[in-house]
Write a protein that binds this ligand. Structure first.
Ligand code: TRH
Length: 374
């Protein structure tokens, strides 16, 4: 089957991060012939360094990458058309979809949310007001009534084997230039938005009793904060040492998440990857007006705590202060308590990937949904 995925980069990396991952999985695991239309090749190139940002058409592995320009070129619509994150398909392409002898399966792939209303909206059809086309709303999510989350075949087993092999983890980290000699050191990965209470967090870590090595990534807000705090490239201040790595491939970023004891993540794709890493995590939701992201945050924490069998008040407090939903002066106490309860938090984090895996993965659920309608 031929698939057209359309991705319009809003800002940051997650739109293209999710689309690139989905495209590769559909091709690798579902024999999909995928054309990925992207309107911002420069952003995409951060995730795919070999991409030619000037090419109108190119192959990246098995994926045909097309520059989504205006005016949109004539193109024969695919059997399945995925409009990601409500990006609004080119009008001419929609007209061409309606002229196909058999209308394509048209999917609107939504943003990930743990909110309960998602269950009732997932899979609903929406007939086009004028053309003989139906668009289906497809929601990633955390229940069996949603599309699940992206999980590549064998990923969980690969992560388990990696985490069982301390030598392999150390070799991987040393290969990135991360020193891991200090006994009892807690490894923390940091990927956040600029408005996170970074100064408060770094001060708290430096003043703490446990040695912490914080790993962050070039050209992200964490890198600036670590450098400003004087702990870049292995330097230490109090209990805190920092490492600024280059921006990694998605697969290497996964392995950093697997190797760390705590992962601070953001947006959508790194949020899911940290859940699959089976380590305690702190999520900074993409900021929305009126603190709507606070509702998304609490909805996820409710499900996550439910699965763990008990609420983790300190984790809730840490997430709330990290997201600016409560004053940052509560962050130090919340982080200290989370560090004391780390074993319990690790037990909860270790259970969660099995729950996600049990939902079926996003690409598989999407392929199955479309196969029934194509
Ligand atoms: O970059 P983001 O903030 O993207 C956001 C979200 O997708 C959000 O839902 C959306 O509304 C907004 O964009 C417009 O966070 P996210 O989703 O984690 O995407 C980051 C991508 O970068 C993800 O695929 C992981 C990848 N990454 C690497 O490949 N290497 C790295 O070194 C790092 C730190 C991240």
């Amino acid at each position: 089957m031929r698939w057209d995925l359309f991705c319009s980069v809003v800002d940051n990396l997650g739109d293209v991060g999710v689309c690139w991952r989905l495209a590769r999985q559909l091709a690798a695991e579902h024999a999909a012939d995928v054309r990925l239309w992207i309107d911002d090749l420069a952003t995409f190139q951060r995730l795919a360094p070999t991409l030619d940002v000037d090419a109108m058409a190119q192959k990246l592995g098995d994926i045909e990458v097309r520059a989504w320009k205006t005016p949109f070129p004539l193109a024969e619509p695919a059997d399945v058309v995925v409009e990601t994150f409500g990006c609004e398909l080119p009008a001419g392409y929609v007209e061409a979809m309606a002229k196909r002898p058999r209308a394509p399966v048209w999917i609107n792939l939504e943003y990930l949310s743990a909110e309960s209303w998602v269950d009732g909206c997932h899979g609903l059809p929406s007939p086009h007001p004028r053309l003989p086309l139906i668009r289906y709303f497809f929601f990633p999510g955390f229940t069996a009534k949603t599309g699940g989350v992206p999980i590549e075949r064998g990923l969980i087993r690969r992560r388990q084997l990696f985490q069982q092999d301390a030598a392999a983890m150390n070799r991987f980290l040393h290969g990135l230039g991360v020193q891991t000699e200090t006994d009892g050191e807690v490894l923390v990965s940091l990927f956040c938005y600029p408005h996170a209470p970074l100064a408060t967090f770094l001060e708290t870590c430096a003043a703490g009793t446990r040695p912490i090595r914080m790993i962050t990534f070039a050209h992200t807000p964490g890198a600036e904060a670590l450098a400003a705090f004087g702990v870049a490239t292995g330097l230490r201040r109090g209990a805190l040492a920092g490492e600024i790595l280059p921006f990694l491939s998605q697969d290497d970023y996964d392995r950093v998440l697997w190797a760390c004891d705590w992962n601070f993540v953001r947006g959508e794709d790194s949020f899911v990857r940290a859940q699959l890493a089976a380590r305690p995590l702190v999520w900074q939701a993409y900021p929305q007006a009126g603190n709507a992201h606070g509702i998304k945050l609490q909805a996820f924490l409710d499900r996550y705590a439910g699965s763990a069998g008990s609420r983790q008040p300190a984790l809730d407090a840490l997430w709330q202060s990290w997201n600016g939903l409560v004053p940052a002066d509560g962050l130090a106490a919340a982080w200290t308590e989370c560090m004391e309860n780390r074993e319990r938090l690790q037990t909860a984090a270790g259970k969660w990937p099995a729950h996600l895996d049990g939902l079926g993965d996003l690409a598989g659920n999407l392929a199955q949904f479309c196969a029934k309608r194509v």
